[in-house]
Design a protein around this ligand. Structure first.
Ligand SMILES: *[C@@H]1O[C@H](CO)[C@@H](O)[C@H](O)[C@H]1NC(C)=O
Ligand SMILES: *[C@@H]1O[C@H](CO)[C@@H](O)[C@H](O)[C@H]1NC(C)=O
Length: 357
C-alpha cells in the first residue's frame, strides 16, 4: 500500500532509489501523509524526483556524508501527520513550501539526526500541535512565515539544542508565550513581525536568555510591561516599530546591556526623552524614532543627545517636512502631556506611515 519509486526518465533515478526505501517496514510509526506526492532530491547540483505515498522514510544504506535538499513544493497536502518525514540520516535541508498544509501533528518529524533547516513557508497552517518540533538535534532554523497561525500551544518547540533562528512572521498570532519553547538553549533570532500581538508581559523572555534579536515590528502592541525585557543581557537588536504604543518611557531598558539597535518608529507616542535611553547608551549605535507624533522639543533633545553620544538617530521620514508637532502651549518644554494639548488634526496626520505635510 505504501511505496516509493523513482521517475524513470530522470538520469539520476538511481539517486533516489538509494535514498528512500519502502516505508512499509516502518508502517507502525507512520500515519500516511503523502499520496503520490512528488518529492525532489538535490545534491551537488544533481536532481531527481520521486513519488511517495505514506511517509517519507530514509534508507540507512546510503552514504551519510553528502548534504541534501529535499523539496516538496506546490502540491496539496492537508496535514503533516505522525512520522511524515522520518529516519533520514543524511545532513539535509527540508523545504516544504506552498503545499496548502493546514496542520502539523506531533512527531511529524522523527529520527532526523542531521536535519539542519526546515522551511514550511507559504502553507495554510493554522495550528501546530505541541511537540510538533521535538528532539531534532541538528536543527538550526525553523521557518513558518506566511501562514495563518493564530495560536501556538505550550511545548511546540522542544529539545532543539542547536536551534538558533525561528521565523513565525506574517501570521495571525495574538499573543507571545515563551512556553512555546522548552530546552532551546541556543535560540538567538526570534522573528514575530507582521502578526497581531497586543502586549508583552513581565519577563516575557526570561527563559530565552540567549536571544540576540527580537523582531516584533508591525504587530498591535499597546502595552509592554516595564519588566518585559528582564534577563536579555545578550540582546543586540530590538524592533518594535509599527505598533500602537502610546508611551515607551516606563519600559526598563537597563536589562538590555548589549543593545545595539532599537526601533520604536511609527508608534503613537508624543513624549520621549534622552533620559530613557541613557541606560543603554554605551553600546547603542542606532535608534529609530521617526513617524511618531513627537513634540518638537523632545526631538531636538534627542537629536542633540544622539550626536553627543555617537548614536545614529533616525528621527524623520525620508522626504517628509513634518516630523514633529508643537503642543498648544509651552512648546519649548519636552514634557509628558495629555492629548488635549495637541491639535487633533495634526496628531491624525501622523497616523499614516509617515506624516502628511
Ligand atoms: C533555511 O531556510 C530558509 C528558508 O527557506 C532560508 O532563507 C535559509 O537561508 C536557510 N538556511 C540555511 C542555513 O540553509
Ligand atoms: C530596572 O532594571 C534594573 C536591573 O537591570 C533594576 O536594577 C532597576 O531597579 C529597574 N528599574 C526600575 C525602575 O524598576
Amino acid at each position: 500500500m505504501w511505496y516509493s519509486s523513482c521517475k524513470m526518465d530522470v538520469t539520476y533515478s538511481l539517486l533516489c532509489v538509494l535514498f528512500f526505501r519502502s516505508v512499509t517496514v516502518y508502517a507502525q510509526n507512520c500515519v500516511p501523509t503523502f499520496q503520490e506526492t512528488e518529492i525532489g532530491v538535490e545534491y551537488d547540483e544533481k536532481q531527481a524526483t520521486t513519488l511517495i505515498s505514506g511517509c517519507l522514510v530514509g534508507s540507512k544504506m546510503t552514504r551519510k556524508d553528502i548534504d541534501l535538499i529535499i523539496s516538496i513544493k506546490g502540491q496539496v497536502i492537508p496535514s503533516l501527520n505522525t512520522g511524515a518525514i522520518s529516519n533520514v540520516h543524511h545532513k539535509f535541508h527540508l523545504n516544504i513550501i506552498h503545499n496548502e498544509i493546514d496542520a502539523i501533528k506531533k512527531n511529524a518529524f522523527r529520527d532526523l539526526p542531521r536535519l539542519y533547516n526546515i522551511s514550511l513557508e507559504h502553507n495554510h497552517l493554522t495550528s501546530v500541535e505541541p511537540y510538533a518540533f521535538e528532539n531534532l538535534p541538528s536543527v538550526k532554523g525553523i521557518h513558518l512565515s506566511n501562514n495563518n497561525i493564530d495560536v501556538i500551544k505550550k511545548h511546540t518547540f522542544v529539545n532543539l539544542p542547536k536551534l538558533t533562528d525561528i521565523f513565525i512572521n506574517n501570521n495571525k498570532l495574538k499573543e507571545f508565550d515563551q512556553n512555546w519553547f522548552a530546552s532551546t538553549p541556543a535560540l538567538e533570532w526570534l522573528a514575530l513581525y507582521d502578526n497581531q500581538i497586543t502586549s508583552l508581559t513581565a519577563a516575557a523572555f526570561r527563559d530565552l536568555r540567549s536571544l540576540t534579536t527580537i523582531a516584533f515590528n508591525n504587530n498591535n502592541l499597546r502595552y509592554i510591561d516595564p519588566e518585559a525585557f528582564h534577563g536579555l543581557n545578550r540582546l543586540k537588536e530590538l524592533t518594535l516599530g509599527g505598533n500602537e504604543l502610546t508611551s515607551f518611557e516606563e519600559v526598563n531598558l537597563s536589562h538590555l546591556s548589549a543593545l545595539y539597535r532599537l526601533g520604536i518608529e511609527h508608534n503613537k507616542f508624543t513624549y520621549s526623552s534622552p533620559r530613557f535611553f541613557n541606560a543603554v547608551r554605551d553600546n547603542m549605535k542606532e535608534l529609530f524614532i521617526q513617524g511618531n507624533p513627537l513634540q518638537c522639543a523632545c526631538v531636538d533633545e534627542l537629536v542633540l543627545w544622539a550626536s553627543n553620544n555617537g548614536i545614529e538617530l533616525v528621527w524623520k521620514c525620508e522626504g517628509k517636512e513634518v516630523y514633529c508637532l508643537f503642543p498648544l502651549s509651552n512648546e519649548n518644554d519636552c514634557v509628558k502631556r495629555p492629548t488635549e494639548q495637541f491639535s487633533s488634526s495634526l496628531i491624525e496626520s501622523f497616523r499614516s506611515v509617515c506624516p502628511i505635510a
